[in-house]
Design a protein around this ligand. Structure first.
Ligand code: SAM
Length: 344
């Protein structure tokens, strides 16, 4: 029927405006709006503009947009300009020093993902990522050729991984009973954020973080205040080098980056290192079996990396072909799901 439904119009407008909302969030986060208003709540637009060294007009527009998006609150004063402060959402996720800060990931979205998505048409036409168009550099391996080429980009990527791992770490670490495992190896464990969540949740577990030398050499920048001697770091290439021995191998957000051939290469190395009873704890976004959602996973796939997003069944089958039996699958309420597989 031709009647216009208000919800339909609302939904389509939300989708059309989504990119403006994202960019407003990225910009206010990058300019330091939320950190400033946390230490000095109640500033007006002119004061914020002065602190951020930005125009009053631009700052006013940005702050008003943040209010409409639920990131800031404004208090009107008769005859005076409104005062701004953070909402609980901003305090929880957008301050640089909040325990669940997403600032690192937001920065990565702004500086890396946004330029890639601005070439989405070519990405879809070619079926390949647009890193060369977006950043002017040819690359084979996204990590070694793009992210770890410059210290600045490397730290930005590590910060992004760190912030997501801190938000999801506890849900992944507590998804299953891991009491029978004494040693774990976090393959591609980056800054160690996930490893620290595992040792916090499992007092008898030690975790070795295995990642590329370029990453391991920077890991001390990310150690928590109270370091834990049950977390250690080993540098190497998981496609080429020997993997550290462990009872449990953690693969968090690793397999989606790689095509099936590379996944088989890595899984066969893990299987070789395992004795019966050893485990693999896989953590990814699991697509629905019909590939209809979650949209987060399907939208991420549009960055057209070498890898692909898979369902829990697809991951189970990949692991099964290396002798791992899926024991449990858990859809957490957090950003990542988890699966525990045991070597037969
Ligand atoms: N597991 C972490 C997490 O969930 O937050 C980080 C995931 S990140 C998407 C992928 C990680 O794999 C990066 O830290 C990267 O350096 C690492 N990596 C990529 N290629 C690698 C290789 N060939 N050998 C070892 N680590 C590698």
């Amino acid at each position: 029927d031709s009647e216009l439904k208000k919800e339909d119009l609302q939904r389509i407008i939300e989708l059309m405006d989504g990119f403006k909302a994202s960019k407003a969030l990225f910009t206010s986060s990058k300019m330091g709006v939320f950190d400033l208003l946390q230490t000095r709540p109640g500033l007006d637009a002119a004061q914020v503009a002065q602190e951020l060294k930005a125009s009053v007009k631009g700052t006013e527009c940005l702050l008003e947009a943040c209010v409409a998006l639920g990131l800031l609150k404004s208090k009107g004063r008769t005859g005076q300009s409104p005062m701004y402060e953070n909402t609980h959402l901003a305090t929880r996720f957008l301050l640089s020093d909040a325990p669940l800060s997403l600032q690192g990931y937001i920065r990565h979205c702004n500086d890396t993902v946004w330029p890639l998505f601005s070439h989405l048409e070519s990405a879809v036409q070619d079926g390949s990522n647009q890193r060369e168009k977006a950043f002017g550099k040819k690359s084979q391996d996204v990590f070694q050729d793009t992210y770890y080429n410059s210290k600045e980009v490397k730290l930005r990527f590590m910060n992004a991984m760190h912030s997501i791992a801190k938000v999801t770490g506890k849900a992944v670490a507590t998804a299953f009973d891991l009491s029978k495992f004494k040693t774990a190896c976090d393959i591609g464990g980056c800054t160690g954020a996930m490893a620290y969540e595992f040792t916090k949740a499992h007092p008898k577990l030690s975790v070795t973080v295995f990642d590329l030398p370029a990453v391991v050499e920077m890991s001390e920048h990310f150690h928590p205040l109270h370091t834990d001697n049950r977390v250690s770091f080993v540098a190497g290439d998981f496609f080429k080098d020997e993997l550290p021995k462990a009872d449990l191998y953690i693969l968090a957000r690793i397999l989606h980056d790689w095509p099936d051939e590379k996944v088989h290469l890595l899984l066969s190395k893990i299987a070789d290192a395992c004795t019966p009873g050893c485990g693999v704890l896989l953590s990814e976004i699991f697509l629905d079996e019909e590939r209809r959602g979650p949209s987060r996973g399907l939208l991420q796939a549009l960055s057209m990396s070498e890898g692909k997003q898979r369902s829990a069944t697809e991951y189970s089958l990949l692991l099964k072909s290396h002798g791992f039996v899926t024991a449990h699958v858990k859809h957490t309420a957090n950003l990542l799901d988890a699966m525990l597989c045991i070597k037969a």
